[in-house]
Write a protein that binds this ligand. Structure first.
Ligand code: BG6
Length: 490
């Protein structure tokens, strides 16, 4: 933690306060923090958008949208506390002469201004210049932004350069909401607070690792955005690579942001490039066709509202990833993620090596290897698959596959598991950058992803179809089967 972690009351300024991201995620998370009594009494929330409302009009809209997006009944007592923090300013973010309005509400002396950019990245430069021009920022001000931070290395650099003209790297908080998830953070605890894992976490004991992020949802009315993006950029460039870095990194010297960033960057730099020479062997692109999910028919990607039937964007991707360093030499990581799969399931499966010799042939001709399964969502938990003797007095020892199962909801009954946003918004207000992405990390990740995109463009192969409600195209099974392995069953 750095000196900035001293809590100073905060003005959270949300640019795009009436937009989708703000109403669906941000304000819901802030409300949940309010319920949990985690918002400082003095914290204020200042909404900025282009629509002509006064404070009361704004509060009314937010009240309605909480009722719409919250999966529980709004607690009117908490709402009274929460809404008292709100004020609203109408600013057209493209008009520099409107930014000085901020000076009427911001007090940079005794409060920290945290600017949350919940708008399309094409407005980032305008907002940065507007803020700098009206003199409302100081060295304590922060800015928070989310993906997409570009769609390739070049565009990502352009956004980061524009931001860097106004905010120093220390003031920039780049969100990947997976880093706020309980189970992703728990990877640090699991790996670096338990000696059984610190000593059994490399090519000597591990055969391979699988990371699956399967989504049940489709593209949720975002066809335009998604079609320009695809699953590789939408999910793998950020969320899956972030999980990968937590699984693969060396022990950081401490929990300081810089120490963790350093280790993550080393992993990203060691990813073996996927190029046109090996792209067909190491990647599978898929696209969902119509199918059934939990008994309900859903349309295919090309039949979604607003779809262009000629699209060749992928909604599924599976990769074999190699990390060229001492720890992971010869240990492949298999990553897969897709939309409209059987059900929502995010997990990491660490497959340990088989034993060199089997003395239990009576039970198993081939002894199954141990597995550590980390369930990230929806049911957070950690499971270890082991072999155990079946109790009894038979002549021969008989074994059975069984598991040590730690379910978070059963074990930590009195602790609330928050979503990623709650944790990250709070950390941004507290000034703790540990769980945010550095510029270098993002650019390193794009360098690796760009090479895959270029290789795909070169081979020009269309994505392989898979019916909605399945685990992706058959080619994804073949990708791993070629190495004599199989995906973890559902
Ligand atoms: C977002 C992607 O970053 O993550 C969405 O843009 C995706 O396409 C979502 O659906 C998944 O997040 P979660 O937390 O539901 O796994």
């Amino acid at each position: 933690m750095n000196e900035e972690t001293v809590f100073k009351p905060c003005d959270l300024v949300i640019f795009g306060a009436l937009g989708d991201l703000s109403r669906r995620k941000l304000l819901i998370s802030l409300y949940r923090l309010e319920i949990a009594n985690l918002l400082e009494a003095d914290t204020r929330i200042i909404g900025i958008d282009q629509y002509p409302f006064d404070n009361l009009g704004f509060i009314e809209i937010i009240h309605k949208s909480l009722q719409e997006f919250l999966n529980e009944t709004l607690d009117e007592q908490v709402w009274a506390l929460f809404s008292a923090r709100f004020s609203y300013l109408k600013i057209d973010l493209t008009q520099m002469d409107q930014y000085p309005l901020l000076n009427t509400v911001i007090d940079g002396q005794s409060r920290v201004m945290v600017n949350y950019f919940a708008v399309s990245p094409f407005l980032f430069t305008n907002i940065c210049q507007g803020l700098a021009g009206c003199g409302v920022l100081n060295h304590e001000s922060r800015m928070v932004m989310e993906k997409p931070i570009g769609h390739d290395l070049k565009s990502s650099k352009a956004i980061n350069d524009a931001v860097a003209e106004v905010f120093s790297e220390k003031q920039v908080y780049r969100i990947d909401h997976y880093l706020g998830k309980e189970t992703v953070l728990n990877l640090l605890a699991l790996r670096f607070a338990n000696s059984i894992f610190t000593t059994n976490w490399d090519h000597n004991t591990i055969d391979h690792i699988q990371i699956t992020v399967a989504e049940e949802v489709g593209i949720e009315g975002r066809w335009d955005y998604f079609d320009k993006t695809g699953q590789l950029r939408d999910m793998l460039q950020n969320h899956l690579l972030q999980i990968l870095t937590f699984v693969a990194m060396e022990p950081p010297v401490n929990l300081e942001a810089q120490s963790i960033h350093n280790e993550k960057i080393k992993v990203l730099a060691a990813l073996r490039p996927i190029t046109k020479e090996n792209v067909e062997r190491k990647t599978v692109r898929g696209l969902y066709s119509a199918g059934d999910i939990k008994g309900k028919s859903v349309p295919g990607y090309l039949e979604e509202a607003g779809a262009n039937a000629e699209s060749t964007t992928e909604s599924f991707v599976a990769l074999r990833v190699d990390i060229d360093n001492w720890r992971w030499a010869g240990v492949p990581f298999y990553l897969r993620t897709g939309k409209r799969m059987s059900y929502k399931r995010t997990e990491i499966v660490v497959n340990f090596k088989q034993l060199p010799h089997n003395i239990f042939k009576e039970s198993f001709a081939d002894l199954p290897s141990n597995k550590l399964i980390i369930h990230l969502q929806p049911n957070e938990g950690v499971e270890i698959q082991i072999l155990n003797k079946i109790p009894g007095i038979d002549e021969n020892i008989k074994l059975q596959k069984t598991k040590l199962d730690l379910s978070f909801s059963d074990t930590f009954k009195n602790s609330k598991i928050f979503g990623g946003y709650e944790k990250l918004v709070l950390e941004a207000m507290r000034g703790n950058p540990t769980l945010f992405l550095s510029r270098e990390e993002i650019e390193q990740a794009w360098t690796w992803i760009d090479s895959i995109q270029d290789a795909w463009a070169h081979t020009n192969a269309a994505p392989k179809p898979y019916p909605a409600g399945t685990w992706g195209p058959e080619a994804a099974d073949e990708l791993i089967a070629t190495d004599g392995r199989a995906w973890e069953e559902s």
